[in-house]
Design a protein around this ligand. Structure first.
Ligand code: NAP
Length: 366
């Protein structure tokens, strides 16, 4: 059990976190050598999947491969023009190989909680089942000054944790309709160097100096903590598995903000870094493998409420020691609900089929 007074990661935890990161970077290709690339998928014609951030990197690969396996794919993106262009390209490449891909685009900007609510309302209004939600979109604004969303939250925290949390909860009615269903949160090994101060989620108090690393790693840890409580609170009968994945160190646009010289170095070490297709395997595995719900069920029965975390090599991995801090996880749960404008009993109400009112998205004109 962690102490409520903890102000930062202990230096041993911090060092261990960096060693995990280094280990993943150096050995991910070896530890994942048993995996095929692309990951073979079964026919998925009965599956409806929403994937956020599917215009680039890991999300793009996930969306394409799910669609090619027959799933109905909803690209939840902020740049719908780019998404439509991709669909056109995929359809052209796919023509003659099977039925046209079943892909559509819906707009959502995770920097706006109004936009998230609007998206969820539009999807729920279809009264259609949702089988898989992949919260993939994320930012790591390396070296950039601290930024805030129009909702007033630190940008990494909002895009990587708060907005996906709101989306997951608001889509519960559709996930229940699509049960057995899954929520897959694309997390990161960097959660191991993160620390969440629930009194200072925006890193503005001056207790910690803000850097993009602090913003990113805290948001990823907050997501695991929140998911753990969500996982524990959803009754097994609801048939919804919630999982986090660590995709590995992957060559994507996530490095777009790196200084040019570091980007050049990044290109020089392709042996160590996964391609986006290799990096998509853990998300695809978490979204489709039949063992995942069983594994989540086993963890649910555990006294220690940590959600399933799937590694870059599609094996279960342990979240950081700090992610096991039950008191902080509970606080992260409460604080998150407050920040995303939901009542404390939102989950229970939605599970019972009742409506909940969110503070955001009340004004329907965008
Ligand atoms: N690459 C890695 O080494 C690595 C390692 C661990 C974890 N991850 C995680 O993997 C996930 C995918 O990242 P990636 O590496 O594939 O990066 P990426 O190529 O930069 O893709 C990120 C996607 O998120 C979207 N996005 C960003 N801000 C958004 C917003 N406000 N609203 C809606 N969509 C938004 C982007 O859309 P635009 O194109 O419109 O900006 C893009 O489609 C992230 O959660 C990241 O943290 C990546």
């Amino acid at each position: 059990m962690g102490s409520t007074e903890k102000k930062a990661l202990g230096w041993m935890e911090w060092l261990r976190g960096w060693l995990y990161l280094l280990y993943e970077m150096l050995f991910q290709r070896i530890t994942a050598s048993h995996l095929q690339n692309p990951l073979p998928l079964p026919p998925l014609n009965d599956l409806t999947c929403i994937i956020t951030g599917s215009t680039s990197g890991i999300g793009l690969e996930v969306a394409k491969q799910l669609a090619e396996s027959g799933a109905h794919v909803v690209m939840a993106v902020r740049n719908s023009k780019a998404a439509h262009e991709l669909i056109q390209k995929w359809q052209n490449e796919w023509s003659g190989l099977g039925a046209p891909l079943n892909v559509e685009v819906m707009e959502v900007d995770l920097l706006s909680l109004d936009s998230v609510v609007k998206f969820a309302k539009a999807w729920n209004a279809r009264l259609a089942p949702l089988n898989v939600l992949i919260n993939n979109a994320g930012i790591f604004s390396i070296g950039e000054p601290q930024q805030f969303s129009k909702d007033g939250y630190e940008a990494h925290m909002q895009v990587n944790h708060l907005a996906p949390a709101l989306l997951s909860i608001l889509l519960l009615p559709s996930l229940i309709r699509g049960s057995p269903s899954r929520v897959v949160n694309v997390n990161s090994i960097m959660h191991c160097v993160g620390f969440v101060d629930t009194e200072d989620m925006n890193v503005v108090s001056g207790k910690r100096k803000y850097t993009s690393l602090v913003g990113y790693s805290s948001s990823k840890l907050a997501q695991i903590m929140f998911t753990s409580i969500l996982h524990k609170r959803i009754p097994a009968e609801a048939g919804i598995s919630v999982v986090c994945v660590s995709p590995g160190i992957v060559h994507t646009n996530v490095a777009r903000d790196l200084p040019k010289i570091v980007q050049a170095a990044y290109h020089l070490i392709p042996y160590f870094i996964f391609s986006a297709q290799e990096g998509s395997r853990s998300s695809l595995f978490a979204a489709t493998d039949h063992q995942v719900p069983e594994y989540c069920g086993v963890l649910k029965a555990d006294e220690w409420p940590v959600c399933a975390l799937i590694s870059h090599d599609c094996r279960p991995m342990n979240a950081s020691e700090e992610a096991h801090n039950v008191e902080t996880s509970q606080k992260v749960w409460e604080k998150t609900l407050e920040m995303i404008g939901l009542p404390a009993d939102a989950l229970e109400k939605l599970l019972e089929g009742e409506e909940v009112q969110c503070k955001y998205g009340l004004n329907n004109e965008e």
